[in-house]
Design a protein around this ligand. Structure first.
Ligand code: DGY
Length: 320
């Protein structure tokens, strides 16, 4: 019987994923579940045929230049691939795949939570209840921003953006979007297309980011673009921290330009931005958009499907 390919799992993926991986591969686990460092990635590349990293393992040009030729495929356990220098990996002949589709609903769900939590003072309300500080009530107490019927701007109308739009329709939101290309009428499902982000921003009472982090989208939401939003808008980011200039966001929160923000992604991860913590109108979660059991299994299985195809000599479905 042919030897099984050797696969490194640098992070603790779901039990079902590990079980299936062990059936078909010689698996090396990182029991400590610590992010794979550059040195570990380079060292491990000499002993494995494949890796299944997450966005916490960084395949920079420098790391890629030092990878051993034994490594044939990086089957990411993530849809985002901004942690991979794709041209460098391609030049080295290493196949790269990701896990689109399967996490769209979980991530859109979390974006909805961020939007609602930011709009309705979830942080302050939760604190008042936990600390026993809730001692009064009045019609002017904790008045937030209504989501139902409001205008929503979506930046990036890929799979997650479309899943978020579908959920927002349940709140009767008027959906506008900016995307590199216009969707088909079926996919648009009534959403209004903007050829430029500039025409979208002034309409967006709520703005939700769903585009990838690329050199072009770093600091997409800078001071100028945040200023173009309506006063009292709510900004939601469940995509990547790189998309938002955090100083500009902080300024907009401090000056009340923005009523609130809901964030699952930060420039520095793990850790986040400690300057955000003093503002209860910034509702924050620690990059858990796709963190449901169902979705984690689906992500692991999709990565394994890609590996199986690759080692069977076929083109993996999600080859980048
Ligand atoms: C993704 O899949 O890109 C999520 O952000 C988790 O890594």
């Amino acid at each position: 019987m042919a030897e099984k390919p050797v696969l490194w799992l640098p992070r603790r993926v779901s039990d079902a994923t590990v079980a299936r991986a062990r059936r078909d591969y010689e698996v090396i686990l990182n029991e400590a579940d610590t992010p794979g460092t550059a040195d570990e990635i380079i060292l491990m590349s000499a002993s494995v045929d494949a890796m299944m990293p997450c966005h916490s393992e960084h395949f920079t040009a420098e790391v890629v230049s030092r990878l051993d030729p034994r490594l044939k495929i990086v089957a990411n356990h993530s849809v985002g691939v901004d942690h991979c220098d794709l041209p460098a990996l391609s030049a080295k002949g290493i196949a790269v795949t990701n896990t689109p589709d399967v996490l769209s609903d979980a991530t859109a769900e979390l974006a909805m939570l961020l939007m609602l939590g930011a709009a309705r003072h979830a942080v302050r309300g939760d604190r008042l209840m936990r600390t026993g500080e809730w001692d009064s009530w009045s019609p002017s107490f904790m008045v937030g921003t209504q989501v139902t019927g409001a205008r929503l701007g979506i930046v990036g109308m890929g799979r997650v953006g479309q899943a978020f739009a579908a959920k927002a329709r349940g709140f009767d939101m008027e959906v506008h979007y900016f995307n590199r290309t216009r969707l088909s009428p079926d996919q648009e499902n009534g959403a209004i297309y903007h050829e430029s982000i500039d025409s979208l921003l002034p309409l967006a009472e709520f703005l939700s980011l769903h585009c990838p982090a690329t050199p072009e989208t770093v600091d997409l939401m800078n001071a100028e673009r945040i200023a173009a939003l309506p006063d009292g808008a709510v900004l939601v980011n469940s995509a990547r921290g790189a998309l938002v200039n955090e100083n500009a966001l902080l300024h907009a929160i401090e000056t009340r330009k923005l009523a609130a923000a809901g964030l699952d992604c930060f420039k520095t991860e793990p850790g986040g931005n400690p300057n955000f913590a003093t503002h209860e109108n910034i509702f924050m979660l620690p990059h858990i958009g796709s963190a449901t059991s169902k979705t984690r299994d689906a992500m692991g299985f999709r990565a394994l499907d890609n590996l199986d195809a690759f080692f069977a000599g076929k083109t993996p479905r999600d080859l980048l």
